[in-house]
Structure formats: C-alpha cells, structure tokens
Design a protein around this ligand. Structure first.
Ligand SMILES: C[S@@+](CC[C@H](N)C(=O)[O-])C[C@H]1O[C@@H](n2cnc3c(N)ncnc32)[C@H](O)[C@@H]1O
Length: 328
C-alpha cells in the first residue's frame, strides 16, 4: 500500500462510520420527536373530574403498591424518602411548618415524626387523605401531623405561612405544573425552601445504555440543553380506565411527564424560586435487566443497588442519568 493510501483508507473508514452514525441518529431524532408530539397531544384533553376519580378510585396508596411490588421496590423508594426527609431536616427550624404537597400516605412524615414542628399533608385523593390520617390517628407528637384534601394548583394555605414545601413525585402528574410552582412560591415565607423530586428527563431509556445509547447520551447532555432530547414521554404509563371516561369520550391520558433539569429550573425561576441544589438519583432504571437481576438477588440485591447508587452519583455525566431529579 502506498503512503497516500495508508492515510486515505482509515480516513475513509472513519468518514463512512460517522455518516452511518449520523443517519442512525437522524432517524432516532425524527422518530423521537414525532412520538413526543403525539404524546403531548394525548394529555391535552384531560378534565379535572376524571383526574380526581382516577386518583380516588384507581391509584393505590404507595403502601398498597409496596405490597404488590415487594421489598426491592420499597427499598428503592425508601432511598427517596430518606433523601427528602434529610433535606427537610436541614432547613426546618424547631417550631417550623412543612407542607407536603401530594403527600400520599405520608411517608415523609414517618421520617420526621421526632421533630417539634408542624406537618401538613395536602392531597388531591381522598383515599390518600384517609390512609395518612389513619396512620397518624394514634400519633402523639412531637410532630403535629394533619392530612387534608386540596389541589396543588390552588392550595388552601395562607400566603407566606410555610417554611419548607415538599413535592415528591407529584409535579409530573399535574395538569398545570406552572400554577403549582406559583402556589409554592406564594405559600412559602421569604427565604423558605422547596424540596422537589420528579422523573428525570425520560425514564425511557428503561433499557440498558447498550440497548439505547443515543437516548442515554441525550439524557446526560440534555440536562442543561433540553433541546437535545428527542424522546419525551408525556403520558407514560397509560390511559385512563374505560369505566372512568366521561360520556362521549373514547380515550384519555393523564399526564405523567418527565422533567429536564434546565427547563424545570426555568419553570421555578418564572414562579419566583431560585434553584441552589440539584442532582439525580436512582440508578439503574426500573425494568432494566440490571434492575431485574438485582431484584432477584433479594437482600444482597438491595445492598448492591446502594453501592451502584453511590458510585454513579460520583461520576461526571453519569451522575445525570438517575431516574429521578432532585431539586432544592
Ligand atoms: C406518585 S404519588 C407520590 C405521593 C407521595 N408524595 C410519595 O412520594 O409517597 C403522586 C401523588 O400526587 C397526588 N396528586 C396528584 N395530583 C394532585 C394535585 N393536583 N394536588 C395534590 N395532590 C395531587 C396523587 O393523589 C398522589 O398521591
């Protein structure tokens, strides 16, 4: 081979590989964007009555969910509750008020029970208000606990009366998250703190990075450049049950959106909130093969998943790939 060929041939191979990758990425982007647009349309027609009935009649409390899904699933949620409760402890002075918006059955309250403070659990679903109320019926301080029905988008709470607002895995379900953020800003006292978790960017890929590398690269880079993300599920996981549909409506999807750090930061900023801490957590994704493998290992799997968590949180760019976004 002549000297010229020795240089030209590898460059040609590299060029062909780059073109092939560009083609693959181009189709991925076109398909992802089309799917994103379709899903956005799906969540457009929700009405509040169906939304309420869905939460009252169809959605189990998180503790019921644990019974179905088992110990490994519970372990992974507990990590989130521990993280949220630890952050509340950092910011809540004695005698303070913490408002848990979309409180579920009060698993954050469980972790604050020893504090001399007031916990308000605001819930849309009557089923969760009953579950939280029943759990704390016998509770006698020092944390004063109450659960009541209300809407995150119109909170029955006076202005500037709360020290810490928690909203854990709730914003993704709201019809108008911007309204809820403005409400958070209204009810917080000046200098109060908002602690939020939600789905990070896209729980797709639920599969391994090898099965879907483009989605993973986009997710890492898209945290601060949201326009890079092609596939954006808005309605995951599924449609409203047929028996709940209003007359004449043949399908309806409730929002279960996925949040991108930079967009969410801007949403908070528009509502008057400054973001001073963010990270992601929960690696690897639910339903991935790794997750299933770990679950099958029982207690050992739970210990291993904690080690994976600690490692992933320390590696730049990988640390953005957790299934959940944490913002303060
Ligand atoms: C995934 S659960 C999370 C519950 C709880 N934060 C936890 O982490 O265990 C979402 C909760 O948001 C509540 N929710 C949905 N829309 C709401 C709204 N507009 N106002 C208040 N709560 C709402 C649901 O009833 C449900 O309990």
């Amino acid at each position: 081979m002549s000297g010229r060929w020795r240089v030209a041939f590898p460059s040609f191979l590299l060029g062909a590989a780059a073109m092939q990758w560009a083609k693959v990425y181009h189709s991925y982007r076109i398909e992802g964007k089309a799917q994103t647009a379709y899903e956005r349309e799906l969540v457009g027609g929700v009405d509040r009555g169906t939304f309420r009935r869905h939460y009252d009649e169809q959605v189990p409390t998180i503790e019921e969910e644990f019974e179905w899904w088992g110990r490994f699933h519970q372990h992974r949620h507990e990590m989130r509750y521990d993280l949220v409760a630890a952050t509340v402890r950092e910011h809540l002075a004695p005698g303070g008020v913490v408002l848990d918006v979309g409180a579920g059955a009060g698993l954050v309250a469980d972790r604050l029970a020893d504090l001399r403070a007031t916990y308000l659990g605001l819930e849309f679903s009557a089923r969760n208000v009953r579950a939280g109320g029943a759990k704390f019926a016998e509770h006698t301080g020092p944390l004063s606990v109450s659960f009541f029905q209300g809407d995150a988008e119109r909170m029955p709470i006076p202005d500037g009366s709360v020290d810490v607002v928690v909203m854990s895995e709730v914003i993704e379900h709201l019809m108008h998250p911007d309204r809820a953020v403005r409400e958070v800003s209204r009810v917080l006292r000046p200098g109060g703190v908002f602690v939020m978790t939600t789905n990070n960017a896209s729980e797709m890929p639920c599969r391994s990075p090898l099965a879907n590398p483009l989605a993973w690269v986009e997710k890492a880079l898209g945290a601060t450049r949201p326009e890079l993300i092609s596939l954006r599920p808005w309605a995951w996981p599924g449609p409203v049950a047929e028996e709940l549909l209003p007359p004449g409506v043949d399908r309806m999807h409730l929002p279960h959106t996925h949040h991108i750090y930079e967009e969410t930061r801007r949403l908070f900023e528009a509502g008057g909130l400054e973001t001073f801490e963010w990270s992601t957590f929960e690696f690897p994704p639910h339903q991935s093969r790794t997750d299933q493998w770990l679950e099958a290992r029982g207690e050992r799997g739970s210990e291993l998943v904690d080690v994976i968590e600690r490692i992933c949180r320390r590696i730049p760019l990988i640390d953005r790939l957790g299934c959940h976004l944490f913002m303060v």
